[in-house]
Design a protein around this ligand. Structure first.
Ligand SMILES: Cc1cc2nc3c(=O)[nH]c(=O)nc-3n(C[C@H](O)[C@H](O)[C@H](O)COP(=O)(O)O)c2cc1C
Length: 179
């Protein structure tokens, strides 16, 4: 089926984007990407992902600055590559499948972004700093609760270069066929 083939090609052609144009993403585009994340499967369909869609330049700069200050090796580096939007995916600390649930949402969002010509990249540093008091202090006012942990984050923006620069062959991820 042609339709499905297109989708399979989209999966194989998706790439991470680390250079963004400074112009903001419009709200409907961002909303469509996040909606794809909301519709990801979750263990027992508990739907405990909490999406923080951050476009406020001051907060974005604050997150990057906090990562630079608090995470070894990030001194002077912007973990989000200057992207004009960052989606933090938090989930309940009590949820044993929090990381899996968040990861499903992340992949859905990356594929949705790719389909819409939007650049995206998984940004892991906020996850590493989920217990960091400085990052928590920054995110508590926007609604991150003590019962939630940051599981993943995604930078989003219009790509500076083509969003599909070419399929890269995957040589890892071996497959064992049994039977
Ligand atoms: C769990 C996970 C964490 C990642 N963390 C980062 C990150 O912190 N910074 C970054 O630039 N890329 C990050 N990436 C993106 C990978 O580096 C990227 O997917 C990989 O190099 C393959 O390239 P591709 O996405 O273009 O196919 C992460 C990807 C995953 C799945």
């Amino acid at each position: 089926m042609e339709h499905n083939k297109e989708f399979l090609n989209l999966i194989l052609d998706r790439r991470s984007c680390r250079a963004y144009r400074p112009d903001p993403l419009d709200r409907p585009t961002l909303a469509a990407i996040v909606e794809a994340g909301r519709y990801a499967p979750s263990a027992m369909s508990r739907q405990l992902n909490h999406f923080f869609v951050i476009t406020d330049p001051e907060l974005l700069a604050g997150i990057s600055a906090t990562v630079s200050r608090r995470l070894e090796g990030f001194d002077g580096r912007d973990c989000r590559y200057g992207a004009p939007a960052l989606v933090l995916v938090a989930n309940a600390k009590s949820n044993r499948s929090a990381i899996q649930d968040a990861s499903c949402a992340m992949e859905n969002m990356m594929l949705a972004a790719s389909a819409m010509g939007v650049g995206s990249c998984w940004i892991n540093q906020p996850y590493h700093l989920t217990d960091d008091p400085e990052l928590r202090a920054l995110l508590a006012p926007i609604g991150l609760t003590d019962e939630e942990r940051i599981c993943a984050s995604l930078s989003l923006g219009w790509p500076a270069d083509p969003v599909h620069p070419g399929r890269r062959e995957h040589k890892g991820n071996p497959v064992s066929w049994i039977g």
